[in-house]
Design a protein. Structure first.
Ligand code: MN
Ligand code: MN
Length: 455
């Protein structure tokens, strides 16, 4: 149903009515071709950047290739900075996205042997908001870093190459699931503690306890020089081993892991890479830990990182003055209207795949709790910018009032006195191992971030 139909009007009834149009109709033929080419690069990025550390490495590689100034905060936060014509004291333009995505983290002491099933498994602790049943019986790859006691780092990417083994969380067969799953609430059917990953089954020979675990430890030592205690100083993440793929006969969609929020990370990266001498100094900022509430020293709440960047650009600047004059896009995804579940959306105010980048004036839950609520003036400014540049966009609110909700990093920047609004593509099956976006929306996001950073 279009918003107009929802209002009970046909288009002829009011030429003044707000009507959403398909991005595929607004984009020119040439732009659609570019959108498809852009998606090829995007899929490569998604395949190479499944974790926050990998995303930052990939962003660094691309920035260096294009001779752009990149500043890192540890291993999982980065900023690309492009000086503008105006002095820093006039404020900056920031597009901020997050590079972490929901997944299964390994616990500190992950390895154990289950003698009844003859398996060695890893204990996991899930990261971010997942629906647990989506993470069983799919191929998983292990990504991350192990820091050994001498400080040397072992980087892991196992399960991506065709020749690599993959890992998987086992599930009970339907013949026996009645009591343990089928009669339970969906959210209780699979417990966090049962998301254990199979890592091997072949025992060592001899008369010792835990022969399968011993065999895995031998193999880890042989291949990586690791001992069991090394897991304690590691960040190992089990992520879907799927590759990013085109979806649909018309190839108009992209299916991939981690599009929340790497769709925004990649498009804002490309936007600043392709930019020359903007009006205001432009910054694309990539942060970690959004999915667990932006806590931690590489998260959006580390304002000291942004401060240090601004200070480096102009040591004598009045920091509060800069903040008050700065404008921000919180580049994060919104929920796409999902077939069979339209009852949780209020359709006049929900975003759909293929209708362009989504502008969310506010996020939060309940009575707009924890929301950044952008001012009408700033919304108007962004709306005018998008309309002028003929960039497809739609407005969007995450679900019906009281049905749920969600937050973004917007509030941490508005607290500094900056103008902030949420702007990003709609994603279907958000936080699932395989998320869906529209190529037209991803490209619209690139166009929108480009127009903003240039302003
Ligand atoms: Mn997000
Ligand atoms: Mn998310």
């Amino acid at each position: 149903m279009t918003p107009l139909e929802a209002l009970g009007m046909t288009e002829k009834e009011s030429k003044y009515a707000y009507k959403r149009k398909s991005a595929w109709e607004i984009l020119t033929k040439d732009q659609i071709k570019k959108a498809f080419d852009f998606s090829e690069e995007y899929k490569k990025f998604l395949n190479n950047a499944k974790t926050e550390r990998e995303a930052i490495q990939e962003i660094k590689k691309i920035a260096k290739k294009h001779k752009k100034k990149i500043i890192l905060n540890r291993e999982s936060e980065a900023a690309i900075v492009l000086l503008g014509k105006k002095p820093i004291s006039e404020g900056v333009r920031i597009v901020i996205s997050h590079v972490d995505s929901p997944r299964l983290d390994l616990k500190q002491v992950p390895l154990f042997e289950d003698s009844e099933s003859n398996l060695a498994l890893f204990e996991t602790h899930y990261y971010g908001g997942i629906k647990k049943f989506q993470w069983v019986t799919i191929p998983l790859a292990l990504h991350g870093v192990v820091v050994k006691k001498d400080g040397t780092k072992q980087i892991f990417t196992l399960g991506e190459d065709e020749k690599d083994p993959i890992f998987s969380v086992p599930d009970i067969l339907p013949h026996l699931s009645h009591e343990v799953q089928d009669t339970k609430k969906m959210s209780d059917a699979i417990k966090g503690e049962s998301l254990d990953i199979i890592v091997g089954s072949r025992p060592v020979k001899g008369d010792i306890k835990g022969k399968i675990k011993a065999a895995i430890l031998d193999k880890l030592h042989e291949d990586y020089g690791m001992i069991e205690e090394d897991f304690i100083s590691a960040e190992l993440e089990a992520v879907p081993a799927f590759k990013a793929r085109d979806m649909g006969f018309d190839k108009s969609l992209i299916g991939a892991y981690g599009q929340d929020d790497k769709s925004c990370a990649f498009t804002s990266l490309k936007a600043i890479i392709d930019l020359n001498r903007p009006e205001h100094t432009a910054i694309s900022l990539f942060v970690d830990k959004e999915e667990i509430g932006s806590e931690g020293n590489a998260s959006a709440q580390v304002i000291t990182f942004l401060r240090s960047i601004i200070k480096e650009l102009d040591p004598n600047v009045d920091m509060d003055g800069v903040m008050l004059k700065s404008k921000v896009i919180s580049a994060d995804v919104n929920a796409a209207v999902t077939p069979n579940y339209t009852e949780v959306f209020e359709l006049k105010n929900a975003s759909s795949l293929g209708n362009g980048i989504v502008m969310s004036k506010y996020t939060g839950h309940g009575g707009k709790y924890s929301a950044n609520d952008a001012s009408a003036e700033y919304v108007a400014e962004i709306r005018t910018m998008l309309n002028k540049a003929k960039i497809p966009w739609q407005t969007g609110e995450l679900g019906k009032v009281g049905k749920g909700g969600g937050g973004t990093v917007a509030k941490y920047f508005s607290r500094l006195g900056m103008e902030v609004i949420d702007l990003g593509p709609a994603v279907m099956s958000m936080h699932a191992p395989y998320e869906v976006t529209s190529k037209a929306d991803v490209y619209s996001s690139y166009l929108a971030y480009s127009a903003f950073l240039k302003s």
